[in-house]
Design a protein around this ligand. Structure first.
Ligand code: DON
Length: 304
């Protein structure tokens, strides 16, 4: 490519703002409904240690389901293979908060990224720990991955989801009824809601994802074999029932959140944090997905 990556990111930022096609912010968590959709940021961490940014790359946002990547990494690091007795590794083809398959498949969620599966991962995180300890351990994991101690939980977002999160409350009790939840349902739910409420910027996200991209300056968080597996799950399940479309358009492992964040991994090449709060019909960032697609086109970073 003749244009430098830094110049491309600037152009992308301008083009996305000019198009003004933002989608709509999530409104089932009232605190997220207050966010202005007309925002976009991107940060790209590279193997040589450079971090390129454009747009609102330093603005903090609610990472929501992107946190599921880090809870999965922390749990896989701690217990490893046993997790798969409790949660599967197949895309669900259903919405992220669906309960349908949970009854059909007797309380074993399809994968660790749909809400039911992430609640099981959070339950594992709680083994031998209080909710407060589990949260501080997870926050410690993310801070260590990003080498940034400023990363924190937005309490207002957590409170907002706690007041309205009846579907997750249903899921957690459903899991318990099938014997696939060891801790009290309100502990698992409260811990989950709080880790979804972690606030990060694109810069912090790109830095936290370096270990998943295998970048040379990344702190070693978990074994490379586990990193490969997390990337496989991000590729197949990271965007829920929009995962096939995302793989088709972007071709890189990624995880989305309803706050409009995206962590995209180009194995060996880059860790990318993208944010634009407006969502598409699957609950994934509209402009963020477009940005990832354009980035993949110009860099050739699709794994296919
Ligand atoms: O459990 C929820 O509904 C939210 N805390 C997270 C969902 C989410 O981010 C789905 N992603 N696109």
């Amino acid at each position: 490519m003749t244009e430098t990556l830094a110049d491309f990111l600037d152009r992308l930022n301008h083009e996305i703002r000019l198009a003004g096609d933002w989608g709509s912010v999530a409104d089932y968590i009232p605190e997220l409904a207050r966010v202005d959709p007309a925002q976009f940021g991107i940060a790209v961490a590279l193997p040589d240690g450079r971090l390129l940014t454009a747009g609102d790359a330093e603005t903090g946002f609610s990472i929501q389901s992107v946190s599921k990547v880090f809870s999965l990494a922390a749990v896989l690091g701690r217990i490893g293979e046993q997790l798969w007795l409790r949660v599967g590794r197949e895309p669900s083809g259903d919405r992220f908060d669906s309960i349908l398959l949970l009854e059909q498949e007797k309380g074993r969620p399809r994968n660790p990224f749909i809400n039911a599966g992430a609640l099981v991962v959070t339950d594992e995180l709680l083994t031998g720990r209080t909710p407060r300890q589990a949260l501080s351990e997870l926050l410690g994991f993310i801070r260590a991955a990003a080498e940034d101690d400023a990363i924190h939980i937005d309490k207002a977002v957590a409170r907002s989801e706690a007041e309205t999160g009846h579907r997750n409350a249903a899921l957690v009790h459903y899991l318990r009824s099938y014997g696939n939840l060891r801790n009290p349902p309100d502990h698992a739910l409260g811990t989950y809601i709080h880790h979804c409420a972690i606030e990060m910027s694109c810069v912090q996200l790109a830095r936290a994802g370096r270990f998943l991209a295998g970048l040379p300056d990344a702190p070693r968080m978990i074994a490379p074999r586990k990193v490969r597996r997390i990337n496989a799950l991000m590729m197949t399940c990271g965007q829920y029932d929009g995962s096939g479309n995302f793989a088709f358009r972007v071709g890189m492992p990624a995880k989305s959140g309803v706050g409009g964040g995206l962590l995209v991994i180009a194995p060996g090449k880059a860790s990318i944090g993208i944010w634009s709060p407006g969502l598409d019909g699957w609950g994934n960032s509209l402009a963020g997905t477009l940005a990832a697609e354009r980035l993949a086109e110009v860099t050739g970073w699709s794994v296919f």
